[in-house]
Design a protein around this ligand. Sequence first.
Ligand code: COA
Ligand code: AMP
Length: 622
Amino acid sequence: MSYQSEYDRSIIDPQGFWLDKTDLIEWVQKPQVALADDMNGIERWYPDGILNTCHNAIDRHVESGRGQQVAIYYDSPVTGTKKTITYSQLQEEVSRFAGGLASLGVSTGDRVVIYMPMVPEAVTAMLACARIGAIHSVVFGGFAPNELASRLSDAAPKVIVTSTCGIEISKVLEYMPIVNEAIGFSEKKPDHVVVLERPQAAFEPTIDRDITWSELMRTAQPVDCVPVSATHPLYILYTSGTTGKPKGVVRDNGGHAVAMCYSMSAVYDMSPGEVFWAASDVGWVVGHSYIVYAPLLFGCSTVLYEGKPVKTPDAGAFWRVVEEYKVKILFSAPTAFRAVRKEDPLGKYYKNYKLGSLKALYLAGERLDPPTYHWLHDLSGLPVVDHWWQTETGWAIASNPRGLESFQPKAGSATMPTPGFMVEILDENGNRASPGEQGSVVVKRPLPPSCLPTVWGNQTRFEDGYLNTYPGYYLSGDGGFIDEEGYVFIMGRTDDVINIAGHRLSTGEMEEIVAAHPSVAECAVIGVADDLKGQLPLGLVVLKDGTTQSNDEVEKELIASVRKSIGAVASFNRAIIVNRLPKTRSGKILRATLRKIADGETYTMPSTIEDPTVLSEIEEYF
Ligand code: COA
Ligand code: AMP
């Protein structure tokens, strides 16, 4: 099928296009209407459709004869465990755990926070919520108590599902102290905490609140799928914005299920029964969409890998998994492959494995830098696809849609807009940029299925943050350009968000933490280029007059407080004490100029700068 005809139809007739795609899933009540405005004037997909996502991800496959097919390959080098779970086994586990949640008082519309490592029970808990129409909110296991607490306060879950620990290479990280501290900080307290007991760590239960996973499962009765409206929320996934308060991106049931299935064939060229592996974490959107929902909704086998690209045990880890499970598509972040390349530049490990099953590599989470693209392509001889997406969309906004048509790749480009996404570049006045001209990357509304219809509990933040800057458009927050041939290039965020090792974090939030230190008068936290992690945060800090602490002491305390507040994953490891910061005449810190200086790039003197001499002072620090 040609991409262009598919894409054109999705733009000219979105209603007809997406109504046709409803055949990809099973409905309790098939929608007759594709798109209608909600009471806030926001477009919603399939408003009259009724379905259950868990039924589509598990039960329908068991009913159609896939019961004995592997649904999940669990591979955990950090614990030395491997396990296969068939669709029938998954149905048994999920329906029982759903019954367990129901016995704890969870019903349709209630929230359940899942704070878990990469274990099959995390997937079971997510699908069990979907089964009973509860709304899950998975929190990445690398986040510290404050981060978990802010999500608990916002989502107000009835139940938290967690584990006694996660394992980072060989470090056992106990979760219960984090969960207990977060509950202490949170404005909203859950009624119950379900704790998966892992052999690597024990825990001291809080009476009347905590119940172990095994105890809950021992007494629980399996339950059936509860039909919900297509617009009912399936999950909330918090993501970093420009401030310390994370945004709860809401995902619906119907549009999401359709988009997931469509993407499996159009973007990834998968067929049911094949093996898909997203080497990510269930705490991120890539994990939600491509470890859990899309592969299972489409009847594929998915790989759940509790390990790293390197050190578990070596740089051949990814290739070992591909060979062992006959993975057809491997999806990960560029930083993961940079880590592999650093340890195995000549691909010695790669050559040790039989990788005939692998048909393409997909990368996202940050821009795929051309050197990594070329290295991977030369090593594997396979298509290497850079595709651009966000938590807000849940699937690729631009990609090389190999299931429709393969485009000649261009290093540094995410290729073509995915069907359904009308991607444009606007200049600061809201006018369309010419080909090759950089500007703000926007998507003309309506957004296709799966994209967020709101921010949980904060419609104003949704509209102000995404829709009001350029009326009629969704503001992606990314800058970039489209070239003469229609290829989309995403060059980086235009706001206070950075990507560290494929993890989306807020420099605005880090600034709030740094500014709260008693010796700090003012500060800026910027993202600077890093060969391995893509970007790393750097603090530039002005101390209060009369501070008695040494610069080293302040730096150490700042590093410790960001680690304590956000988590080690923020990788805030450097703060430079400076005399003053460059500002505009109205007092705004010139962060973009600071970034350029830190990255050693040339910059033009901002016309609004208050005192140009400060820039040469700053240059001295680098
Ligand atoms: N739970 C607890 N801590 C975690 C964690 C988790 N799930 N994930 C990371 N951390 C910790 C790490 O242990 C590390 O702690 P330390 O400073 O005490 O050593 C810190 O957070 C930074 O971790 P990370 O940024 O992952 O760096 P790293 O050096 O350990 O590993 C990579 C580097 C590139 C190998 C790793 O980041 C990676 O595999 N990235 C791929 C990311 C990815 O898949 N992103 C999803 C988007 S598709
Ligand atoms: P997240 O919401 O965590 O998926 O992060 C989304 C952000 O990651 C985007 O807004 C981009 O800044 C960045 N991103 C993701 N994929 C790509 C890509 N292929 N190219 C460039 N940036 C990307």
